[in-house]
Design a protein around this ligand. Structure first.
Ligand code: ADP
Length: 447
């Protein structure tokens, strides 16, 4: 408003000086110039008021004051237009259309009630100018462009007033109904946003509860597995003592039954051990324990330990480790678990005569561990599932009865804790390659 009013004042000044000489129209230049200066004066007060209002910031008081301010400004403008009209031809001057701008602005900014009140004020101002001039109560400036000299005296002027008034009310009606609808949409959008935020908060709470339950579940599982481990170990060693014949000779039947029992107990112990390892890796290993680890050392110690097993199974175990590899950032015990599980699996699921190749390499962002075998392979439809707890493939179960189905779940969980990606490529009867990409430990974590 204020910025436009400075311009309007300037326009009026130009019009007061230019209209007479340029268009040959006899308007009251001095009066119009005075009106323009008056307009600037009022505008100066408005700009002071505006600055004061801005100081309120977003407080509620600012809204009420702003509404009052807008109403007041529009009201003043309507009176100013009336005055200018009077100085420049009254009914003869099409400047009356300037009332229309204010109706549109009022329709957008003010409440419908206030906008209609402004339309009424504009109509009254216009009717007053025209009426007072018609009745000869105030003087009339004759422009002589659009209307004959006595026109302002005729009753036809009321037709013009009626047309202008109707236009003003219609404008207010149209703008208020459009802005009303927009405001309704805005309110609906705000309500939707509120509901979304509420749902998000509920989800967050539910997620927190889920995490807490999961933690509790892990704690129970951990405790139970732990409790199971010692009695199982005691049973296993008692069975070993019996099997060795220390407590008396065994018949072949007893020996066979005992061996089966020992095998089952060993299986159970493996299960409990795997469960404990899985739980440990799930409990998000503290990053403070992470250090720079050379994977080549991990691979060396794991392959050394598993070399005997590979030899027993008549599987070639080959390592390919280039010199000068960068380290990775992690927990060496957990990294040992990854390598052990992957290499032990590769040996376990490769028939005699096959090869297991363990290799390390680096690219600009990763250190890459590959464990490739020439074993039984994994069917494509099962490749997604092998990382689930307790999942064993059909071929895997047939080829090797021993297994808990937890090894790869452990591998995946540890890989995730190290922000490493794991993938598998496999073809039935041809072999399998597991690839784990660790972020390089010699680079800052973000890169
Ligand atoms: P498991 O104790 O049964 O070996 P894992 O979680 O280590 O459990 O592996 C899950 C399943 O994935 C295995 O039962 C097996 O069917 C399959 N699998 C894992 N590694 C290989 C491999 N190198 N070659 C073929 N199958 C494999």
């Amino acid at each position: 408003f204020i910025r436009l009013r400075w311009l309007a004042g300037l326009g009026l000044m130009a019009a007061s000086v230019g209209t007479g000489p340029l268009l040959g129209v006899p308007i009251q230049s001095a009066h119009i110039m005075a009106a323009a200066i008056g307009l600037w004066g009022i505008n100066l007060l408005f700009s002071i008021w505006d600055r004061k209002l801005s100081a309120y910031g977003r407080q509620t008081i600012a809204m009420a004051q702003a509404r009052l301010f807008a109403n007041f400004q529009i009201g003043c403008d309507l009176l100013a237009i009336g005055l200018i009209l009077h100085f420049s031809g009254g009914i003869e001057n099409p400047v009356a259309f300037f009332f229309a701008f204010h109706m549109i602005i009022a329709g957008i900014l003010l409440s419908p009630k206030m906008a209609y009140a402004q339309a009424t004020l504009a109509s009254l101002v216009y009717a007053a100018v025209v009426g007072l001039e018609q009745q000869g109560i105030v003087s009339h400036v004759h422009l002589g462009i659009f209307h004959p000299p006595g026109f302002y005296r005729t009753n036809a002027v009321w037709l013009v007033v009626l047309t202008v008034t109707t236009t003003l009310y219609l404008l207010v009606y149209m703008t208020t109904s459009i802005t009303g609808r927009l405001r309704q949409r805005e309110a609906e959008a705000a309500e939707l946003a509120r509901q979304v935020a509420e749902k998000a908060a509920q989800l967050e709470t539910a997620y927190d509860e889920l995490l807490a339950t999961q933690k509790l579940q892990l704690a129970y599982m951990h405790k139970t597995s732990h409790e199971l481990r010692s009695p199982l170990a005691a049973i296993a060693s008692s069975l070993d003592v019996i099997a060795e014949g220390i407590v008396g000779e065994l018949s072949p039947n007893q020996q066979e039954l005992l061996d089966r029992a020992r095998e089952r107990v060993r299986g159970l112990m493996r299960l409990v051990d795997d469960l404990l390892t899985l739980l440990r890796s799930r409990a998000a290993p503290p990053k403070e324990r992470f250090t720079r680890v050379g994977l080549e050392h991990v691979i060396e110690s794991v392959t050394e330990l598993l070399a005997v097993r590979a030899a027993n199974e008549q599987v070639n175990l080959v390592t390919e480790v280039p010199p000068g590899l960068p380290p990775v950032w992690g927990d060496d015990e957990l990294l040992d678990q990854i390598a052990t599980n992957l290499i032990a699996n590769a040996i376990k699921y490769t028939p005699a005569g096959g090869t297991v190749r363990v290799s390390l390499q680096a690219d600009d962002k990763h250190v890459i561990l590959k464990v490739a075998d020439t074993g039984i392979g994994i069917a494509e439809e099962e490749q997604d599932r092998i990382f689930e707890e307790f999942y064993r493939t059909k071929g895997g179960r047939e080829f090797q009865t021993r297994g808990t189905g937890l090894g790869l779940a452990i591998v995946k969980s540890i890989a995730e804790a190290h922000e490493a990606a794991i993938s598998v490529e496999s073809a039935l009867g041809k072999g399998t390659t597991f690839t784990v990409r660790f972020p390089r430990g010699d680079l800052p974590p973000s890169s």
